[in-house]
Design a protein around this ligand. Structure first.
Ligand code: ZN
Length: 165
């Protein structure tokens, strides 16, 4: 009998998760048929959850509360800003919660998140929709294995159905 592999940098981990807010309201959860896969140590998931997974083994079940500083950051924006719908490509899929990068005034990359979509205008916010929130995760580790060199190179796992390029 060999020891189960402990989660460390360079592992591909699959897990089931539920994410709830401070009131216990469900925000997101993994598909029952397809656990979420990520590569540990590459910033694929929020830092607080990555830290909580370090050293866990297959079958581990635990809850963790991740504060904003270890999650999607504090709330910093003044609130959503309206942008003309016509400023987006006609065929751009726009939905609340989606994020996209734009170039800022000094050439820096700025992430914007869609909060509302109307016929003529779209509201966007510089804060992630979950900024300022403590994230309450319930986790079940489904599998742990060593990432391949190709996966490390690509920065994402090649689990079945997860290879999206
Ligand atoms: Zn790939």
């Amino acid at each position: 009998m060999s020891e189960p592999m402990a989660i460390a940098d360079g592992c591909v981990v699959t897990m089931h998760y539920t994410l709830r807010d401070a009131n216990g309201q469900l925000i997101d959860e993994s598909d029952r048929d397809q656990p979420l896969a990520y590569i540990h140590g590459q910033g694929n998931i929020v830092p607080g959850l990555e830290d909580a997974l370090l050293g866990r083994t297959v079958g581990a079940k635990f809850d963790v509360a991740v504060p904003p500083e270890q999650g999607y950051g504090p709330r910093t924006s003044q609130g959503p800003q309206a942008v003309r719908r016509s400023d987006f490509p006609d065929d751009a899929p726009l939905f609340p919660g989606m994020g996209f990068a734009v170039e800022g005034p000094r050439g820096q990359e700025i992430m914007l998140f869609v909060t509302e979509v109307h016929d003529d205008r779209v509201y966007v916010d510089t804060d992630h929709p979950l900024a300022g929130q403590t994230l309450h995760f319930s986790i079940e580790v489904v599998s742990v294995r060593q990432a391949t060199a190709e996966e490390i190179d690509h920065g994402h796992p090649h689990e079945d159905g997860m290879h999206y390029h």
